[in-house]
Design a protein around this ligand. Structure first.
Ligand code: HEM
Ligand code: NAG
Ligand code: NAG
Length: 475
């Protein structure tokens, strides 16, 4: 009986929240001079339209919200749209000038929604990802950024290249021994995870398996698979329709599925804590110059973090979550596009020949030669075409399609996307020359210079991805 009453109350609250607020906002925005799209039943109409759009899902499917807007506006999304599928309405902006202002002069009024912080507190604690951009945040970001100073980054990249070289050698041997099939996604996933582990934990060996709980069963998973499942679970939790509607449950894990998610979260945090303590002990026996340049050691030597284990775990979790899948998605996609485009692949091969100054078969290039030719200085000065292809890859398939939700903290006046046909003619074509200033593809449909904010796979302003340069170099 109590449960039934609770359910009825919950449903009433749900109806109030969805229907009342949606209609109120609809009316309010109309009064402000906005033109909500011509649905007489914004709530029901939008849901039905959305279901219709969802049914069309196929292999060419883009981000769900983007597909929905494309459908509603026949592919011609206006500069501003208010989307009422969410209780308070979401302002969708496709105008690069607006985005540019939000990253620059108006940046201080843009903030992550406070809910994200509550929702992720259990796993990410007070890490920079969802913390409000206050003084502590600014200070933390400054300290964390030193992980990407040039000498440190070079030493990390050298280790990554060395690991990659070894892994490729191993694969060549397997192929010579008759192995015929390779799952590229899995392969890249493993490679990137190894690379990120080197950068975060300074590790080059296989790590222990982690216990992952699902449906009452425990699977022992490699760290990569563990992270994949954990991030999928966290994403599912935050997209749950009840979660979107009921803020008061944000800090809690409700029901069996979420309780298991909570346990898995704790497993990861405990694992990182153990690594920290182990490392602290190991470092005691070393001289300062013998201490390796990885992220964990940076935290262990940083005044802001070194005495607070919980804060260190927060940032390590964020780095694991933010770095692994993004980078491996980028790399898999780039390889995919290279297999699809013979000319682009040939251009890249020519660049390799040019940089090495001879015509080697790839297998004749030694590890030392790769490290030398792919140093940070040479990446920017000698690998022009590789850089164009990497940029185009982040334009056509940004690994993060949508930023986390943002709010504007004060009433501000403001002005008035990466597949915007005005900015990027033939938006669905993979054309690295779009980023080459001497090419005709460098310009917009009207022959003008592109707006700076029409390309922002790493977001922008003070919330720009902290690993941007690192991610660009690693791919
Ligand atoms: C191709 C690879 C990557 C892409 C496309 C990417 C993209 C992004 C984007 C779009 C955001 C904003 C997230 C939001 O809307 O809430 C972000 C934030 C962040 N990224 Fe990346 N990222 C990549 C790789 C990395 C790597 C390798 C690291 C770490 C080594 C990293 C660390 C972070 C952190 C710490 C933040 C939070 C920054 C803050 O709010 O202060 N990312 N990234
Ligand atoms: C976050 O959670 C705390 C306590 O659980 C609550 O007091 C606060 O209002 C929440 N903030 C938001 C924005 O939901
Ligand atoms: C670590 O920092 C957090 C947040 O600033 C604080 O609540 C906690 O008490 C600190 N723990 C220690 C051991 O200092």
């Amino acid at each position: 009986m109590i449960i039934q009453i609770a359910l009825i109350l919950l449903t009433l609250y749900f109806i109030y929240d969805r229907v009342f607020l949606v209609y109120y906002n609809y009316w309010y925005y109309q009064k402000q001079g906005f033109k909500p799209t011509g649905l007489p039943w914004p709530f029901l109409g939008d849901i039905l339209t959305f279901l219709k759009v969802l049914k069309k899902q196929d292999e060419y499917w883009e981000d769900t919200h983007y597909e929905y807007l494309r459908h509603v506006f026949n592919d011609d999304i206006p500069q501003y749209v208010i989307d009422f599928r969410f209780p308070k309405g979401i302002l969708v902006i496709t105008d690069p000038d607006f985005v540019f202002e939000s990253y620059t002069t108006k940046n201080k009024y843009f903030e992550k929604i406070p809910r994200s912080y509550n929702m992720s507190k259990k796993i990410l604690g007070e890490s920079v990802l969802f913390a409000p951009a206050d003084e502590i945040y600014t200070l933390k970001r400054k300290h964390l950024s030193s992980a990407f100073y040039k000498d440190k980054m070079q030493s990390q990249l050298n280790q990554i290249m060395s690991t990659t070289f070894d892994m490729v050698q191993e694969t060549i041997q397997q192929i010579n021994q008759g192995e015929v099939e390779l799952d590229l996604n899995q392969y890249i996933g493993k490679l990137i995870l190894k690379s990120i582990q080197i950068c975060i934990f300074g590790l080059n060996e296989q790590l222990e398996l982690l216990p992952f709980k699902q449906n009452g069963k425990i699977d022992h998973l490699s760290q990569g698979v563990f992270m994949n499942r954990l991030s999928a679970g966290l994403l599912e939790r935050s997209n749950n329709i009840f979660r979107i509607n009921f803020e008061f449950l944000d800090s809690y894990f409700v029901g069996r599925v979420e309780k298991e998610l909570e346990e898995n979260t704790m497993t990861l945090r405990r694992f990182i804590s153990d690594m920290i303590n182990l490392r602290r002990e190991k470092n005691k026996a070393l001289k300062p110059e013998e201490i390796h340049h990885d992220f964990l050691n940076l935290l262990l030597q940083d005044d802001l973090f070194k005495d607070n284990e919980s804060l260190m775990v927060d940032e390590c979790c964020t780095f694991m979550l933010a770095a692994t899948q993004t980078t491996s998605t980028a790399l898999s996609n780039l390889l995919f596009y290279l297999t699809k485009h013979d000319v682009i692949r040939a251009n890249l091969r020519n660049e390799i020949k040019e940089v090495f100054g001879k015509e080697p078969t790839i297998s004749q290039i030694s590890k030392e030669e790769w490290l030398e030719k792919l140093s940070l200085d040479k990446i920017s000065s000698q690998w022009n075409y590789l850089n164009l292809a990497a940029q185009e890859n982040l334009r056509i398939e940004p690994p993060i399609r949508r930023s986390s939700p943002m709010i504007i903290t004060e009433d501000i006046e403001i002005l008035g996307l990466q597949r915007n046909a005005n900015e990027w003619p033939e938006p669905l074509q993979f054309i690295p020359e779009r980023f080459d200033p001497s090419s005709k593809h460098f310009l917009t449909a009207e022959g003008k210079k592109r707006k700076p904010a029409s390309f922002c796979p790493f977001l922008g302003g003070r919330r720009i991805c902290i690993g941007k340069t690192f991610a660009e170099n690693i791919t």
